[in-house]
Design a protein around this ligand. Structure first.
Ligand SMILES: NC(=O)c1ccc[n+]([C@@H]2O[C@H](COP(=O)([O-])OP(=O)(O)OC[C@H]3O[C@@H](n4cnc5c(N)ncnc54)[C@H](OP(=O)(O)O)[C@@H]3O)[C@@H](O)[C@H]2O)c1
Length: 254
């Protein structure tokens, strides 16, 4: 099967490319690094020529302010238009659990706009909603730290290893389109403030976590269950302790 992974050199993308190649599919990775830009449209039609399936795992290079909304909307429009022109028969997209209920956040509003474009495109699709990646905990720390402390919401999260998300996307890409959203989450439910404290302890980072229900999260505030998956979510696989033991942080110190 000819499959193009847009964002194929990113964290999730390169893992998907590797898995699909190992199964013998004709896979290519596309992104600005290989001359394909979903914002300007440069190289898109050529990259998609002959593709049956497109997996979109791009991410906005700028995460705060209005940029993510513009990225997902404009990028979604260009990508889906090019897919329609090239006759792509399955669009697979990675989105985030909580999309559709956190519209104060430009990031989540952008993901909601991207999903709406997909539903209206007429192209058969599958959208995977994943919870926060373990790999993303460091970004939360970097965005929240002020002097030696972090103000964090006590909302529940159920984080997952990005490799488990990539495995799920690689499976979905070669199955018939579901024309629906499916959800995936990690095995443990914990408060955001608690898992970040656990992460900081593991990496021996000298920061103190202060719990605050009004702490901002990507431009919005969170309720207890804003970031939790629904009832039918697939629960998978690697837990925090296993992940960190295999990660680049293990034994590295701060
Ligand atoms: N982080 C989380 O916890 C989490 C949870 C659930 C879902 N997700 C979703 O997972 C997706 C992928 O995340 P990730 O962490 O794998 O992202 P990442 O590592 O930041 O990779 C982003 C990819 O997008 C490409 N890209 C950026 N701008 C582009 C453009 N204008 N045109 C073409 N390609 C472009 C980048 O390559 P170039 O720089 O070469 O262009 C790169 O391949 C995102 O959509 C995110 O919403 C993330």
């Amino acid at each position: 099967m000819k499959i193009v992974v847009i964002g194929g050199n990113g964290l999730v993308g390169r893992n998907i490319v590797r898995r699909l190649q190992a199964k013998g599919h004709d896979v290519s990775a596309a992104s600005r690094g290989s001359g394909v830009d979903i914002i300007t449209g440069k190289g898109l039609r050529q990259a998609l020529a002959g593709a049956e399936v497109v997996v979109d795992v791009t991410n906005s290079p700028v995460r705060d302010g209005p940029a993510p909304y513009e990225f997902f909307k404009k990028g979604g429009e260009n990508l889906l238009e090019a897919e329609a022109a090239e006759g792509v028969s399955h669009h697979v997209s990675l989105s985030v659990v909580g999309t559709g209920r956190l519209d104060d956040s430009p990031y989540f509003r952008g993901k909601a706009a991207q999903e709406e474009l997909i539903r209206k495109s007429g192209i058969p699709y599958t959208i995977l909603h994943a919870t926060q990646f373990f790999e993303f905990l460091l970004e939360i720390v970097e965005l929240s730290v002020y002097k030696q402390s972090l103000r964090l919401s006590p909302a529940y999260i159920q984080p997952i290893a990005s490799a488990d998300v990539a495995a799920s996307l690689a499976e979905l890409a070669v199955r018939p389109a579901k024309n629906a959203i499916v959800e995936i989450a990690g095995p443990e439910r914990q408060r955001l403030s608690e898992i970040i404290q656990r992460f900081l302890t593991e990496i021996e980072a000298p920061y103190e976590v202060v719990t605050d229900i009004l702490a901002p999260y990507y431009g919005t505030t969170l309720d207890d269950d804003s970031l939790l998956p629904g009832e039918g979510a697939r629960i998978c696989c690697t837990d925090f302790q296993t992940w960190i033991g295999q990660s680049e942080y293990w034994g590295a110190g701060w």
